[in-house]
Design a protein around this ligand. Sequence first.
Ligand code: BGO
Length: 266
Amino acid sequence: MGVKIALAGNPNCGKTTLFNALTGSNQFVGNWPGVTVEKKEGKLKDNKEVTVTDLPGIYSLSPYTLEEVVARNYLIEERPDVILNIVDGTNLERNLYLSTQLMELGIPVVMAVNMMDVVQKSGAQINMQKLAENLGCEVVSISALKGDGIKEAADRAVAAAQDKNMSAHVREFSPEVEGYLTEIQKMLRGVPDEQKRFYAVKLFERDDKILKQLSEAPDTADIIARAEEKLEEDTESIITNERYQYIAAVIDKCLKKADSDKLTIS
Ligand code: BGO
């Protein structure tokens, strides 16, 4: 049976360049059902069994823009076999915000760090192995513009799609928040195990659209009230802030900025 790859990334990360390089002229363009958001699909140039779906460029899987809703509904309802997450290597910190959310979906994620020609020219260094270890996903370094690494990225995505041994979720939140998420996860009925983390986070954030998509919605009001009282913040901010803290810690271990070698003379 054919493999379905979904391309996901922030606007301007180079998704279109990569999509065109991978699929060439084997493309079909239409709209996502019911909305005027463009949908592009194509077949890999050298393997017609593999369909690549280009998701709208988005910054997050929150329910605020049409593009975010389209992308996440596709990911939860259609369940591609693998997500190829393109991140802009010159803007790693901002791009990883979406990546952390993609990794909660229970779908294998392969990360392609793009614009590596620009990163290298700038003198910055990204330790791909450490990035992979810290995030718990495969990481490939690419330049979509030059075509470097793109075949490897596609090959790794296909291999990840066929690998049934999904790795466990990284626990990116504080023990306290992880505790609340576990409580919500235990209340979920009719949700496949691998998707429970995504639903738990979204319910904790009071995501009404996700609540409506569940046939048996759990009552999480008490858990949310306890969390907000204890942490003195609304749960959506708690999750956002902890995501950024987690990303900052990962970046600290994996990214050497261009000017970090220079001594500052004061
Ligand atoms: C312009 N390396 C470099 N150097 N540039 C890249 C790479 C890469 O690996 N990948 C993509 N780009 P999209 P989304 C442009 O269009 O694929 C460039 O939104 C320009 N245009 O060429 O469109 C790519 O689909 C004039 O740049 O991204 C494009 O995700 C001057 O990144 C931009 C300079 O890529 C966004 C760049 C008229």
